[in-house]
Design a binder for this molecule. Structure first.
Ligand code: NAP
Length: 287
């Protein structure tokens, strides 16, 4: 627990619900390790209360906050400035206070690509498959493009949502790299993908036995394929267990969570942060 004083600077995370967030454990561990007089708190903000919450944060001098479901898009019109990364994704997950008002960015892209950048791959040679076309899938698409993937194939089960997702990239540099496909196209597409990302909640606790992919489909994947699940509870998911059994290299969502958090904390504190401490705090919570 941080030692609260009369000078403690406040950070937090807004969401609804927010009871299960792991962010306070991760950020407060880093703050303690740095010996700073800061504290990071969870704030349950119902959707209709978002403008009032930001006014209140301004009034009490909150230095910054993370944003999670359902506020990642809704917060955008309330900000004075939005970084290009967040505009591209269409969602904000990190906000900080400035004399001009609240500024927002999105650190999920940085978090997503961090473990992939550790790998020795020629990303320009790689096609990516993204399972799901919700909020996280947008950060994954931008991340795959930043890595250099030439084709990013996004699978969605709802035709209207797929069309909306495809249309949202029109007029952007990603328009000719992003393709949307129905779920049924997966067997055909899997054979040429170097990276397969689960950006659905399928397999998340407590539905731990579920996978977005039928286990036998992995037999169609290419040697050296990377299976990446954004889910971090359980570790590994059924999706990753099945992929691993067929020889795929696997990455779970914990490192993305750590790295997006570290990127946010660096913005607020304006100094390097102890990433290993943040990772250990999350691992301790998962035991
Ligand atoms: P979201 O906006 O609700 O999107 C979920 C997507 O999954 C939608 O496209 C949805 O399709 C699809 N989906 C849900 N159930 C499905 C099923 N049974 N079969 C096929 N598709 C299905 O959620 P999100 O914010 O993108 O989050 C997705 C996952 O990523 C969650 O598990 C979340 O915890 C994880 N995540 C992890 C991190 C991290 O730091 N590791 C960060 C962000 C998110 P419909 O729209 O048709 O329902």
């Amino acid at each position: 627990m941080p030692d609260i004083t009369g000078k403690t600077r406040l950070l937090g995370v807004i969401g609804y619900p927010i009871e299960h967030t792991l962010s306070p454990a991760m950020h407060n561990a880093a703050i303690a390790a740095l010996g700073l007089d800061w504290a990071y708190l969870p704030f349950p903000i119902a959707p209709g209360n978002l403008p009032a919450a930001l006014a209140g944060f301004e009034a009490i001098g909150l230095a910054g906050f993370n944003v999670t479901i359902p506020h990642k898009q809704a917060v955008m019109p309330l900000l004075a400035a939005i970084e290009p990364a967040a505009r591209q994704v269409g969602a904000v997950n990190t906000v900080w206070h400035t004399p001009e008002g609240w500024h927002g960015t999105n650190t999920d892209v940085k978090g997503f690509i961090a473990p992939l950048q550790e790998l020795d791959r020629d990303w320009a040679e790689q096609e990516a498959i993204v399972l799901g076309n919700g909020g996280a899938a947008r950060a994954v698409v931008v991340g795959c493009a930043q890595l250099g993937c030439t084709r990013i194939r996004v699978l969605g089960r709802d035709r209207t949502k797929r069309e909306r997702f495809q249309a949202s990239w029109a007029g952007t540099p990603l328009a000719d790299r992003v393709e949307t496909h129905p779920w049924e196209a997966l067997p055909e597409l899997l054979g040429s993908a170097g990276l397969v990302v689960n950006a659905t909640p399928v397999g998340m606790h407590p539905q731990v036995e579920q996978s977005p992919i039928a286990a036998e489909l992995w037999a169609r994947s290419t040697p050296g394929v990377i299976a990446y699940d954004l889910i971090y509870t359980p570790r590994p998911t059924a999706f990753l267990q099945q992929a691993s059994a067929c020889g795929a290299q696997v990455i779970d969502g914990l490192e993305m969570l750590v790295q997006q958090g570290a990127a946010a904390l660096e913005i607020w504190l304006q100094q390097p942060v102890p990433v290993a401490v943040m990772r250990d705090a999350l691992l301790a919570r998962q035991c």
